[in-house]
Design a protein around this ligand. Sequence first.
Ligand code: GTP
Length: 325
Amino acid sequence: MRVWAGALRAAAAPGPLTGSFRERFDFGGRDVASWFPGHMAKGLRQMRASLRRADCLIEVHDARIPLSGRNPMLQEALGIRPHVLVLNKMDLADPRRQPTVLERLKQQGCSHVVFTDCQRDGNVKKIVPLVAKLVGDSPRYHRAESTEYNILVIGVPNVGKSSLINSLRRLHLKKGKATAVGGEPGVTKAVLTKIQVCEKPLMYLVDTPGVLPPRLGDLETGMKLALCGAIRDHLVGEDIMADYLLYTLNKQQQFRYVGHYGLTEACDDIQAVLRRVALAQGRTQRVKVLTGTGDVNMTMLNYPAAAYEFLRDFRAGRLGRVTLD
Ligand SMILES: Nc1nc2c(ncn2[C@@H]2O[C@H](COP(=O)(O)OP(=O)(O)OP(=O)(O)O)[C@@H](O)[C@H]2O)c(=O)[nH]1
């Protein structure tokens, strides 16, 4: 039986609150290790092997979690290869955070960062010249003009690696999709297809399947990755994800959800919020209830569907532009 964690917690909690929100999130003893799918270990090995042949690395990550959830395995590669960090889905992240994020990343030794929106080709034009310059400047390479560039694209699942390749092809080659794009993590399963993205300079990108860090670290990082769609929802649980999202929105004073669902005020009770979501979105279900006088059909609010809707609204940017870190 599925346990509705949000509902259980809410039953014991006081009613809607304003201005007094949880200071810490209760993960209820969850084990983050179970969120790491086994097939990713293979992807990691393949990625390591192809690193040796690459001139440069483009690491794509979600702009909503610019400081967490990146694969630590990359650290070993950063010293060897030029590296560009593409923070994609900038259209969903809080733009006011960009300067702080850039500063923090610089302190971590990551100084070539581009914020992009690959659905609208935003800022994608900056990437090819930057990569060409970094490879050209690298003492490792004494390149002739005609030498092709082989770039490895890496990143956790669902951050937009395939979308970036398609966007580059649209901009530089006026060509359509070469690689499948999907809303679910793990769309790119066939590894290491070399795809041309530019004629001058001749540049090929190798798309890799999204690979999560072998150890997810803490629950908070795992939860943020899940909210961004890097881990399949059912592995984590839509109920706790919805609750964590509400906790984060309140903590950051991102109260767009209040008006969006017609709530009277900000609220820290996930059950109360999901009740409104269910009513606002018509997420109800008919159930048969056995009574002393026979069966009665009743309309119940569908909380799991409401939780899914809440996550979907966040991922589509309908609850505001939010940076989770
Ligand atoms: N809002 C927004 N959505 C984006 C952007 N880039 C990609 N997406 C969406 O994010 C989802 C994942 O994109 P993909 O390009 O398939 O991501 P991927 O990293 O190749 O995914 P895997 O194959 O799972 O590793 C798709 O639904 C895209 O439409 C962006 O800049 N902004």
